[in-house]
Design a protein around this ligand. Structure first.
Ligand code: AGP
Length: 614
């Protein structure tokens, strides 16, 4: 959840770290801070609760000409968002400064033992105990890498950490413990970086090396070396990354969220190009690791994800059962990890994650690995942890997604799952050629269809003005539209702080209809599929109880215009692909309602882009 940056080289570390913190702010923005090697015998340390601008105003004109340092953006786990709890944290003597992402689970026990030895703590965080432990090991004569390893050995939990020692200017030691947030090391000309993710490094270098869990990097300006937590040397090659640094900036858009909604046609073009092919209709799925023989051995598919990725997995389930005819189920990744599922080598587990670092998902993948399942992962982030755990990766290819609210990676995940379903169906011989033709043609048309859906933006902006004053919303859908109802509700609640619930429309009479009156509007997804008339009945029941209804319908369907209070018409697509154009409507509705309510769209309160703590 937190953002970490470290620099050591010939340039001035202060401005570099401040600029990187701005790129990392989407990972957490409860507080920020930095520590720089000053030429004296102490660190220059500055910390501030709130966003990066608070820190910037404190260091304006005061940054020393340091050649190395560390920085941090915080999403609070232990201790409120205050100056005192902001990272970096130091030991009492001021010799060690550290930044940390994740949780030290046994910190209270360690803190109690240190207090009993007369130590004092300046913060309420779990992080601070690590500064004490590292300083103690340094005082006992260990060098910085060994001191960090000793400290880590006394902890339990999952985290990433970067430590610096005042007596060794220019040396950074980074470590990754368990499946918490990643650490990536960047190599430049006579300079090196460490960061929690690629976005912070892209303007400076694309030569990077990723730390695996249980690994340590010893980094100086001229070189970096790697070892295990046991101290065994590791050969960790630097790889060239292709991510486009320009794509990670906002450009002419007011918000990253709006930019990423509008990037979907281009992103989907990248996602389908060279992957969906005609004559004969099929998909070329690079990264798919199983041959036809192995595919035919799969007896069931389990799809797992969290949040928006979970909703995409729910759509993917429909695709796999309809196109590949394999029994498929979907689980919230956290719940999957708890339920002692019956798994074996004939189960294909497909994980979905934009970041590839979500801790609940990584834990669920470990459960699947232990059970011997085949694993495929859908991810948008090259080199992310999920891509190193699964047998193969199908990349979303949607470009960096910065806004906390996931939009383009929802459609990116769905199209990857659609391609996987087609590939599985073809390998199993369950895919009718005419169906394959229709689905490939439909997928190749998606960039245009989603582009057409974006033309609804002005109408949705006006609709949002009429509905932004409501405090509660219901989203209803059936079949393929049920996950869209869940996603529409999630988008709205996370960026506008409104209470919104997504429901299977068939559930209405089983309780939720008690909520309906003139204060509870409903967004009803009613595309022209075999369930449309049932949705019509739902809408009639809502209207009979004075509920306001926004109906989302298919092109050419005017049958609900007299019944619904407002109606949005989707562009024409194959029935299986309606979720893509409906997603755009859900995303734009949430965006414009949040804007109308003056919310911080890109950095909603209490949230962070990647959930690396359970
Ligand atoms: C979606 O808008 C949310 N930000 C959140 O639910 C997110 O989808 C979830 O945390 C999963 O993230 P992932 O795709 O990176 O695993």
């Amino acid at each position: 959840m937190c953002g970490i940056i470290g620099y050591t080289g010939e340039r001035s570390a202060g401005p570099l770290i401040m600029e990187a913190l701005r790129r990392l702010e989407y990972r957490g923005y409860d507080s920020t801070g930095l520590a720089l090697f000053d030429h004296g015998s102490s660190f220059f340390v500055a910390r501030a609760a709130g966003k990066i601008d608070q820190l910037a105003s404190r260091v304006e004109g005061r940054l020393p000409a340091a050649a190395a340092g560390i920085g941090h953006t915080r999403w609070a786990t232990h201790g409120a968002a205050t100056d005192a709890n902001a990272h970096p944290h130091l030991d009492p003597s001021g010799r060690v400064a550290i930044v940390h992402n994740g949780i030290v689970e046994n910190y209270e026990e360690l803190r109690t033992a240190l207090l009993a030895r007369g130590r004092h703590f300046a913060s309420d965080t779990d992080t601070e105990v690590l500064a004490h432990l590292i300083a103690d090991a340094l005082e006992a004569g260990r060098d910085l890498p060994a001191a960090v390893r000793d400290a880590v050995a006394r902890t339990t939990g999952a985290y990433a950490l970067v430590a610096i020692d005042r007596d060794e200017p220019g040396r950074l030691v980074a470590v990754r413990v368990g499946n918490a947030g990643g650490i990536v090391v960047g190599r430049g000309e006579r300079e090196h970086f460490v960061a929690s993710d690629l976005a912070a490094l892209l303007p400076h270098t694309r030569e990077v090396a990723f730390l695996e869990p249980g690994e340590l990097a010893d980094v100086r300006a001229a070189a970096a070396s790697f070892c295990t937590l046991a101290g065994e040397p590791l050969d960790r090659p630097f790889e060239a990354q292709t991510l486009d640094p320009i794509a990670a900036v906002r450009g002419r858009y007011k918000h990253f969220m709006l930019k990423e909604i509008w990037e979907q046609p281009d992103g989907l073009l990248d996602a389908v190009r060279g992957r969906y092919l005609l004559a004969p209709a099929h998909v070329a799925l690079e990264g798919f690791p199983f041959d036809a023989e192995r595919v035919r051995q799969f007896t069931r598919v389990v799809l797992i994800g969290m949040g928006t990725s979970w909703h995409a997995a729910m759509v993917g389930r429909h695709y796999i059962e309809r196109l590949a005819r394999i029994p498929a189920e979907v689980d919230n990744a956290a719940e999957f990890g708890y339920r002692r599922a019956i798994l074996d080598e004939h189960t294909l587990v497909i994980s979905v994650s934009q970041s590839g670092e979500t801790v609940d998902l990584l834990a669920a993948m470990e459960v699947a690995r232990r059970a011997g399942c085949a694993q495929l992962t859908v991810c948008n982030t090259p080199g992310a942890q999920t891509t190193r755990v699964a047998d193969g990766t199908i990349y979303m290819r949607m470009g960096p997604e910065i806004a906390v609210a996931s939009t383009k990676c929802f459609t990116g995940a769905m199209v990857a799952l659609h391609a996987i379903a087609l590939h599985l169906g073809r390998a199993r011989g369950t895919l009718d050629p005419a169906e394959a033709e229709a689905q490939v043609a439909g997928a190749l048309h998606l960039p245009a269809a989603v582009g057409e859906a974006l033309l609804l933006a002005p109408a949705i902006e006006q609709l949002a003005k009429r509905y932004a004053a409501y405090e509660n919303f219901l989203f209803l859908g059936r079949g393929l539209s049920f996950p869209l109802a869940l996603e529409g509700a999630l988008k709205l609640k996370e960026v506008s702080y409104l209470h919104a619930e997504g429901y299977a429309a068939g559930e209405m009479k089983h309780g939720p209809i008690a909520l309906i009156d003139e204060r509870m509007p409903t967004v009803a997804l009613a595309p022209s599929d075999e369930l449309r008339d049932k949705m019509r009945s739902n809408i009639q029941q809502l209207k009979a109880r004075r509920g306001r209804v926004v109906a989302i319908v298919s092109a050419g369907d005017a049958s609900l215009s007299a019944l619904a209070d407002d109606m949005l018409t989707l562009p024409d697509t194959d029935q299986l692909l309606v979720p893509f154009v409906a997603a755009v409507v859900m995303q734009l509705l949430a965006y414009y309602v949040a804007l109308e309510r003056g919310c911080d769209v890109d950095q909603p309160r209490n949230l962070a882009k990647t959930v690396t703590v359970e």
